[in-house]
Design a protein around this ligand. Structure first.
Ligand code: ATP
Length: 199
């Protein structure tokens, strides 16, 4: 998945609209302590559907809205958009680019959008399921998580890599197919019993 740009407005320390254009390959965000580097990672996690304010280092969801500074008044809304390249069709949508957006207002009301059309959080989750870019995916590794990942049991690490590489979907489908097969075999047995009785 190629993330082309991140737009942030009114989110945490970003009062004004900021657009980060990312190139292919590696991008590095540098800055002094407290300048907002982690807030960029929080913004990405948030737009991907993070529902826990604690994971975003806040008390409640509205805490992500810019709270004002000595020189700026607070704002009423936070909005973050991620634009992904879709030229390879990794997302099942008929667009060259896919932009997902999340907004939250001071009263706690939130909205999600896919290419500017309102959608549910569930739609965002489904869009990212198995692309490896979801909020639980391998793509955002917070401070402290590196050690956590290294300390995982080998099976747990495998699950993480499977999700990132996109085979979880097939594993789930296989499980569903096996279940249906099992049910069908069961029905067949019952039918044979009935035929036996009639004969
Ligand atoms: P470090 O290198 O220390 O981890 P960092 O560059 O990652 O620093 P962040 O933690 O991303 O910094 O940014 C912290 C800054 O964001 C603090 O100055 C804090 O006041 C500001 N901040 C966080 N939430 C809000 C908010 N809702 N409104 C205004 N400013 C906020």
């Amino acid at each position: 998945v190629f993330l082309k740009s991140i737009s942030i407005q009114g989110f945490k320390s970003f009062a004004d609209k900021v657009k980060l254009e990312l190139g292919q390959g590696l991008s590095v965000v540098v800055g002094p302590n407290g300048s907002g580097k982690s807030n960029v990672a929080d913004a990405v996690r948030w737009v991907l559907g993070e529902q826990s304010a604690k994971n975003l280092r806040g008390g409640k969801m509205e805490d992500v809205i810019f709270a004002g500074s000595t020189v700026r008044r607070p704002v009423g809304m936070a909005e973050v958009s991620l634009t992904f390249d879709n030229s390879t069709g990794i997302f099942p949508l008929d667009f060259q680019e896919v932009t997902i957006t999340r907004r939250v207002y001071r009263d706690g009301e939130g909205q999600f959008f896919i290419n500017r059309a309102p959608c549910r959080l569930k739609d965002i989750h489904e869009l990212f399921m198995d692309t490896g870019a979801g909020k639980e995916g391998f793509s955002i590794i917070g401070q402290g998580r590196v050690e956590e990942i290294l300390n995982l049991k080998s099976e747990e690490r495998r699950t993480l890599i499977e999700e990132a590489s996109g085979i979880t979907k097939y594993r789930m489908r296989k499980r569903e197919a096996l279940k249906r097969l099992d049910e069908t075999e069961h029905n067949l047995e019952r039918l044979e019993d009935i035929i036996h009785e009639i004969e």
